[in-house]
Ligand binder design. Structure first.
Ligand SMILES: Cc1cc2nc3c(=O)[nH]c(=O)nc-3n(C[C@H](O)[C@H](O)[C@H](O)COP(=O)(O)OP(=O)(O)OC[C@H]3O[C@@H](n4cnc5c(N)ncnc54)[C@H](O)[C@@H]3O)c2cc1C
Length: 483
């Protein structure tokens, strides 16, 4: 089975024995939980769209490992065309879900590990590349969703992993056995782990010789013994329990993050992709971060498309759409959004072949892409809030709208242009609220800031890759300076 249907995907997640905790309770059937279900629907869309003939080219690819048709989320990029299609696929999914669809982290881990395991093997004569290819083939052939787990809790940010007061602040090997290793620690902010079949664990920072036990990468099933997940709250999450799809803004789709604890988890030898070769931790981090920073030039742009559309509809419903400043604000939003897309496409088009044969983005341009993503969605949200008006945060509930006594007053006084119902006006404002301040703001705003690394992480890479020396030479040549 190279491609699962959406329904098959849901049932495959239902069969997992995941240990998920929320509001102090173990969630027995996460697939049917009203708070969690929208996040599963978003991942499902990555399966549903792959089944549709009109999206085949962007959503599927020919596997380099088996020659079979596979979902692009499992693909090892073979060309710059693959890198470009990845970004287009992500924009499409952002447009269809208006949320984080969670499957990108695994895809980005896949491509980072493919080249890093190859280069580690070349140096150390290890078997990581073969281990990884076997795992990748299994994932592709079964069309699995994989979580990419990089971020450790990190404790004191000023100290290296081995120097922390609590040795578990970075995930590490606690026991070495002939058949594998036992690991302990945690990964924070894990996007979509509760909707994933497997988790790929990677180190979170470059490491030195004292951090050998922390330089560990592997993959295990998400329901392995010792793994449990504690769901992160989102602003307005319990609105989903109130039974009003209107008040939620986007009731069908969403994202989800969790703190994932690895409490003495066994990893068999054939699932290990790095184990003590500390100098390759940095390469893995840099490549994963590069691919993930490219990703944001697609996914956030798709969500931006929905938000811009919502702002334009709100302007129409308010009767303000003909005002020149409103038109100009919408133009600015489109300009910012397309600039992000341009960066995503540019770092893909300038991609190059790695020693292992897969393709990697231009790292400088991918970091510029993500640096812009830490800013532009905030400005797009600001403009959307400006256009929407204050009602996006002061509107009464759907229950009040339906109430016999107060409902008619809401109908009357919260109407915009006469041809549009008050309900429709409130619906579009709730969507803007959801994307700016509600559950989807986790994915559209704060994930834009910190996901794939906080802004300073990109500036460090831009400083490294910017080649100021060459630029100074150019200036001196033009100015006829010889020293
Ligand atoms: C919505 C969301 C989804 C995410 N999904 C995933 C995921 O799926 N997988 C995953 O692995 N990670 C994920 N992340 C984690 C993301 O990569 C981290 O949030 C990011 O790397 C920042 O780490 P932090 O949150 O621990 O912030 P911190 O490290 O606490 O950073 C806070 C501030 O301190 C600064 N800082 C931190 N350390 C230092 C230092 N040593 N010196 C100077 N300044 C420092 C930072 O630059 C930043 O300004 C997600 C994050 C979010 C918000």
């Amino acid at each position: 089975m190279a491609l699962m249907t959406g329904e098959q995907y849901i049932e495959s997640i239902r069969k997992l024995n995941l240990q998920i905790y929320m509001f102090g309770k173990k969630i027995e059937t996460p697939v049917d939980d009203p708070i969690l279900r929208p996040s599963l629907n978003s991942v499902r869309m990555t399966y549903d769209l792959a089944q549709m003939p009109e999206y085949q080219d962007v959503m599927t690819a020919t596997s380099a490992l088996t020659g079979n048709r596979i979902n692009r989320f499992c693909h090892i990029h073979q060309s710059t065309d693959d890198l470009i299609k990845k970004v287009k696929m992500q924009r499409l999914l952002g447009q269809q879900t208006a949320s984080c669809f969670q499957r990108c982290v695994g895809m980005d881990a896949f491509n980072a590990l493919y080249s890093t395991t190859y280069e580690t093997d070349q140096e150390y004569k290890t078997d990581y590349f073969e281990n990884f290819k076997r795992f990748a083939t299994y994932v592709e052939e079964n069309d699995l969703t994989v979580d990419g787990a990089m971020t450790d809790p990190k404790g004191d940010r000023g100290l290296a992993p081995h120097a922390q007061a609590d040795a578990d602040m970075y995930l590490h090997v606690v026991e070495r056995r002939p058949d594998g290793v036992v690991v302990r620690g945690a990964k924070a902010h894990q996007t979509g782990i509760i909707n994933s079949h497997e988790v790929i664990v990677m180190p979170t920072i470059a490491m030195g010789p004292d951090d050998k036990d922390y330089a560990i990468s592997f993959a295990v099933p998400t329901d392995s013994e010792g793994i449990f997940m504690i769901i992160g709250r989102q602003s307005c999450d319990t609105r989903k329990l109130e039974g009003s799809d209107m008040d939620v803004g986007n009731s069908e789709f969403g994202g989800v993050e969790a703190l994932v604890v690895f409490d003495n988890v066994f990893v068999p030898n054939d699932r290990i992709f790095l184990n003590g070769e500390a100098e390759f931790a940095g390469m893995m981090v840099e490549r994963f971060a590069g691919y993930h920073r490219q990703s944001y030039g697609g996914c956030k742009v798709g969500v931006g498309d929905v938000l811009i559309g919502a702002a334009a509809v709100a302007a129409e419903y308010n009767g303000a759409d003909k005002a020149s400043h409103v038109k100009d604000k919408l133009i600015e939003m489109v300009h910012l959004n397309e600039t992000l897309f341009a960066c995503g496409i540019a770092c893909s088009a300038e991609g190059t072949k790695t020693k292992s044969g897969n393709y990697i983005i231009d790292l400088l341009l991918a970091n510029v892409c993500k640096q812009n993503v830490t800013r532009f969605p905030y400005e797009i949200v600001r403009l959307a809030e400006d256009i929407a008006g204050g009602l996006m945060v002061t509107a009464p509930s759907e229950k009040d709208l339906r109430d016999e006594k107060v409902g008619p007053y809401i109908e009357k006084y919260l109407k915009g242009v006469s041809r549009v119902s008050t309900e429709n006006r409130l619906r579009i404002l709730r969507l803007i609220e959801n994307l700016s301040l509600g559950t989807a703001a986790v994915g559209y705003r704060t994930e834009s800031m910190h996901g794939a690394g906080s802004p300073q992480a990109q500036r460090i890479m831009i400083a490294r890759q910017g080649n100021l020396g060459a630029k100074k030479k150019l200036a001196k040549k033009i100015a006829h300076i010889s020293e």
